[in-house]
Design a protein around this ligand. Structure first.
Ligand code: G3P
Ligand code: CA
Length: 276
């Protein structure tokens, strides 16, 4: 049984604020296999790495991402959500220094372009799982923008995904089945993950027969229905579980042989997998 890929949720969010380049650099530095980021479309059609619909919890600004232009978002300082509490306690010398490079870690909202630029600067260092947020509000524009972005960085693949260390460099994830279908149609080489909330909705069979290459259940689904992992594998789907933070859950996903575990605590998960 292979060990799960370790995916740092919104970057190493226990060491640095979510969706900042600092959090992504930190995740790569501790040896995470991949990083997860949420993307939303600005009013002028730019994908930015922001989880919430509103910006008040992660910046000093106010407003809704989709109602603001990138230039308006850039007037605010991002990175204000406090790092998450996890099992691993960071020593001061484990946390990377913030660089002085202009436009890198100075609080500007992180665009997907900037994150891809960072990731492709050292191909293979860390892979990327991109979650599109509320794509149905934009009728296909999010997937189109995502495809354009991936093309700019040579990550669209040609019949097959671009691979780093034997795994796809990028994958797309969404709770929306429509968004997953649209992405598969626009960019068939990009693997897709059909995310599933707290309960198995819609029904199990429909999920396992869907177009996504993987299913992404929340950890509570796996706790209550561990057989789902074997069933998904039998249906030819990978299983990418979120958000795996408790030690018991880390052990459970390892025991069940899931393919990827998305976590706020990549250091602890790597330790439990015997990788650091
Ligand atoms: O990876 C899926 C997970 O990130 C979904 O939850 O709310 O953190 O985006 P959320
Ligand atoms: Ca997410």
């Amino acid at each position: 049984m292979t060990a799960p890929e370790v995916v740092a949720h919104r970057g190493a969010t226990s060491a640095a604020p979510e969706h900042t380049l600092a959090a992504y650099r930190q995740a790569a530095a501790v040896g995470a296999d991949a990083v997860e980021c949420d993307v939303r479309l600005t009013r002028d059609g730019v994908l930015v790495c922001v989880h919430d619909r509103q910006i008040r919890h992660t910046s000093n600004g106010r407003g809704i991402v989709s109602a603001l232009h990138l230039a308006e978002l850039e007037q605010y300082q991002f990175g204000s959500r406090k790092p998450r509490k996890v099992v691993h306690r960071w020593a001061d010398d484990e946390i990377l220094a913030v660089t002085d490079e202009p436009d890198v870690e100075n609080g500007l909202v992180l665009t997907l372009d900037r994150l891809l630029e960072y990731i492709t600067a050292s191909p293979g260092t860390v892979r990327l799982a991109i979650e599109t947020k509320h794509p149905t509000r934009h009728t296909g524009k999010v997937e189109e923008a995502l495809v354009d972005c991936l093309r700019r960085y040579g990550l669209l693949g040609n019949g097959r995904p671009v691979e780093w260390a034997g795994k796809p460099a990028v994958r797309m994830m969404s709770f929306s089945q429509l968004a997953v279908r649209r992405m598969s149609a626009l960019a068939p080489a990009i693997p897709t993950v059909q995310l599933i909330g707290k309960r198995l909705r819609p029904v199990r069979r429909e999920l396992l027969n869907g177009s996504a290459t993987a299913v992404g259940p929340g950890i509570s689904v796996i706790r209550s229905d561990p057989q789902f992992v074997a069933d998904a594998h039998a249906a030819g789907k990978e299983v990418h579980v979120w958000t795996v933070n408790r030690p018991a859950d880390m052990d459970l996903v390892q025991r069940l042989g899931v393919d990827a575990a998305i976590t706020d605590d990549p250091v602890e998960l790597l330790r439990r997998l015997g990788r650091n």
